[in-house]
Design a binder for this molecule. Sequence first.
Ligand code: SF4
Ligand code: SF4
Length: 361
Amino acid sequence: MQKRRLGRTNLEVSVVGFGGTWISELASAEAARVVREAVDCGINYFDTAKLDGDSEEKIGAALADVRDQCVIATKTGSRTKKESLEDVQSSLRRLRTDRLDIIQLHGIDDEKTLAKAMGSDGSLQTCKKARLEGLVDFIGITGHKPRVLTKAIETNEFDTVLVPLNVVTRQALEELIPAAKEHDIGVAVMKPLSAKTSTLITCLYNPSLSLVSDEPELKALLGQDSRSMVGSALRYVLAQDVSVVVPGLRSVDEVHIAAGAGEEYSGLTLEEQERFNVHLGDYCRDCGLCMPCPQNLNIPAILRFQTLSNCYGLKVWAKKLYSGLEVKADKCIKCGQCTEKCPYKLPIEDMLKKAKTELQS
Ligand code: SF4
Ligand code: SF4
């Protein structure tokens, strides 16, 4: 497995890592088999979280005898000193280790949460103290909003950042990844195979948002079978300036496919470069700052589907996704509240009008 340097941590990590969310659904023996297969395939980066069911326990048990060959990145979803101290202690216990390679502030998706976590009573203080005490080597941050994460890493408090990035979700490429490079912060990528970024529950549990599906348009974009689709989607991410891509893995087969993509990676082919080369223009960055809408429109979702249709040519798929929204674009009463709040000065009302014409049939 190829390795890359994880920014200023100087850790050498496999280009494909192991996303530990899904193994909480497996029986213990099967989870151990999947994790060990990943080790045997050369994966040395394991991402988990206290909030991911018993993922930490399963990873801790499976890696106990190879702990020092692996980089374990876990997370605290607590925002206060006291609660996050409990998280660090329980993560150490559950992962059966005396030190965490990386502790990440989990799911920092808005500035208020960021300010709380970084405040004088915030979880960052606990992470820094744990680092001083030798319980933690490095501190990272995770979230779904590149704009918020960019603000966070510009404080220079973090060594790594974990963010969604995939062939149809490219916001991180604009500001966040260049800023990470400037500060020598390691970039790990989550959700390389999922089209949704902003609502965690939908993202993780709604299979219709997976890029690996039978949708003919997605097959045309990524490949004709699941192996080639996964390979293509992971190669797109690896072609960016990132250290490690972390797909959620839940079977030995999935481990083989993902690890194979990392093993064989040698850049995008010319044909792939052309296929993935889209012009996004003035598109919605999914920052969510235009919300809430008095009519309960999910503006970022509608505009995301519009981007999938317009920029990526995924017209049928975008219509299907749009049809699942409870409130459609025609409910907009043109109050103008959203436009005032959009930091990218997008003409949201006009964009919604177009979405209505193109997606609503
Ligand atoms: S202009 Fe339309 S979409 Fe924007 S806030 Fe008003 S009702 Fe909602
Ligand atoms: S429309 Fe503007 S404010 Fe709303 S999510 Fe998109 S980029 Fe953000």
